[in-house]
Design a protein around this ligand. Structure first.
Ligand SMILES: Cc1cc2nc3c(=O)[nH]c(=O)nc-3n(C[C@H](O)[C@H](O)[C@H](O)COP(=O)(O)O)c2cc1C
Length: 248
């Protein structure tokens, strides 16, 4: 059976001539792209709680053992501190800035993802669509608009509509492929997909420390989600989502 545009070769790693010979922009001396999309001038930034103040203690073994996909959430709110912890756990910077060491690994340290949040129930934040800025550890507003944010409920496959409607927050990871293409050329797509898995697993584990549940979601409507987060669908597009909410 053949699937248009899909290939098993995507998963292979046949570096026949050696990676250093690939005509990638990195090998041609093109400057490294920034690992974070800039904000528009004058964008209002929202401070998050600094990692030094988190103090969310849980035994790592318990977090790993108890993790599972949870699709039913209470109507409870996350605090800004809890949301800050989830964001830092998934894309946060530990030290450095442009080629920074983060809480998750990334092939060639390219960190190709932007994190968007559809926020419904987080204390001190208006419902809307936001974007995380790992370098500043702040949020910027994409839409400060509840109606716009509610479009998430109909932006995924039917099987996911109930969890989308009930989540306190929906994480949307959008890839900026060029960040990885710059270094890895045709292997970029495999690396980007693997990177996404690391990010989401950290979300599952971190949520265990704040009595929240997570469910990874890959069954979504591409165009609808890209429109919701206001990205082109070409140089940047949604790849992976996760619902988050308080659990009983
Ligand atoms: C790449 C990926 C995509 C997934 N997409 C969905 C999805 O669209 N909807 C959903 O309800 N669960 C989704 N899941 C969750 C899986 O169904 C779940 O991980 C699996 O049933 C195993 O359950 P567990 O996570 O509780 O161990 C996805 C998981 C992964 C890793």
């Amino acid at each position: 059976m053949k699937y248009k545009n899909f290939s098993r070769d995507f998963l292979r790693c046949d570096f026949e001539e050696g990676w250093s010979k690939w005509p990638t922009d990195s090998n041609k001396g093109v400057p490294m792209p920034m690992p974070q999309k800039a904000c528009a001038l004058g964008d209002k930034l929202i401070d998050l709680v600094a990692p030094i103040d988190f103090k969310f203690d849980i035994k790592l073994q318990d977090a790993i053992k108890n993790r599972c996909s949870r699709r039913e959430f209470t109507q409870g709110f996350l605090t800004l501190k809890e949301l800050s912890f989830l964001l830092w756990s998934t894309q946060g910077i530990i030290d450095g800035d442009i080629t920074a060491h983060r809480t998750v690994p990334s092939a060639n340290s390219r960190h190709p993802f932007e994190t968007y949040l559809v926020i419904r129930r987080v204390k001190d934040l208006k419902p809307g669509v936001y974007r995380y800025l790992p370098i500043e550890h702040k949020l910027c507003i994409v839409y400060d608009d509840k109606e716009q944010a509610e479009k998430i409920s109909t932006s995924c496959f039917e099987i996911n509509s109930s969890q989308m409607q009930n989540a306190a927050v929906v994480f949307i990871w959008a890839a900026v492929p060029y960040r990885t293409e710059w270094r890895a050329g045709p292997y970029a797509y495999k690396f980007i997909a693997i990177d996404a898995g690391h990010i989401c697993q950290n979300l599952y584990l971190a949520a265990e420390a704040i009595q929240a549940g997570v469910c990874a979601v890959a069954a979504y409507e591409q165009q609808a989600v890209d429109n919701l987060i206001n990205v082109s669908g070409k140089d940047e597009f949604a790849v992976y989502l996760a619902t988050v909410g308080k659990i009983a």
